[in-house]
Design a protein around this ligand. Structure first.
Ligand SMILES: [Zn+2]
Length: 198
């Protein structure tokens, strides 16, 4: 090989090395920009998620739950809603209704007033403020399914609103409501037991 030939060969080698180095840099740059896109996307997603979490937060500070009966052998949300509107309420006063099979399925939990709206169920001592109203359809006798649903609903509401279940946070409306023989303390104990186990 002549001196020029050798120089050209070396230059060619150098050129190839330079090209492969450039390629490596381009690949790295592309990877970085892809990573940048992915980071931006995940930041956008987490911002969206935060908005969603904020949106789903309860607006009203709930400090307790008041349990009632409907004082009727039957009922569901549309029926009780009509009764309450007749009494001049804007809509059903309770936040939840637990059916007994006479209008609504036995043990079915129906949604009444929105949780973020103050209820109309326990006017005395301003108990509507800060409480949720839960109503069992019936007067003195409630079905096993209703009691089971009540316990599950109370558990869910305590978790959702950070309440410690007890006689302070879960109250009867008054002595006759719900039903004189109704064992609310037993239901509360069930909720406490479940929370302690989980
Ligand atoms: Zn009541």
């Amino acid at each position: 090989m002549t001196a020029i030939g050798a120089a050209l060969a070396t230059a060619g080698l150098y050129q190839r090395e330079l090209n492969s180095e450039r390629q490596r840099h381009r690949a790295l740059a592309q990877e970085h920009s892809l990573l940048g896109t992915r980071l931006q996307a995940s930041e956008r997603l987490s911002a969206l998620l935060e908005c969603e979490v904020e949106r789903l937060k309860p607006v009203r500070k709930v400090t307790g739950i008041v349990v009632h009966h409907s004082e009727s052998p039957f009922g569901d949300v549309p029926t009780v809603d009509a009764w309450h509107r007749e009494r001049g309420f804007s809509q059903i006063g309770y936040h939840y209704l637990i059916c007994n099979g006479q209008g609504g399925l036995d043990g079915e939990i129906q949604f009444g007033r929105d949780e973020d709206v103050q209820g109309a169920h326990a006017k005395a001592n301003f108990r509507n403020e800060g409480t949720l109203g839960v109503c069992l359809v019936g007067t003195d006798q409630f079905t096993t399914a209703q009691k089971k649903s009540l316990q599950e609903l109370l558990l869910h509401l305590c978790r959702r609103h950070g309440l410690t279940p007890g006689p302070q946070t879960i109250q009867r409306h008054h002595e006759q409501c719900p039903g004189t023989a109704f064992d609310l303390a037993g239901i509360i104990a069930g909720v406490q037991g479940h929370l302690a186990r989980n």
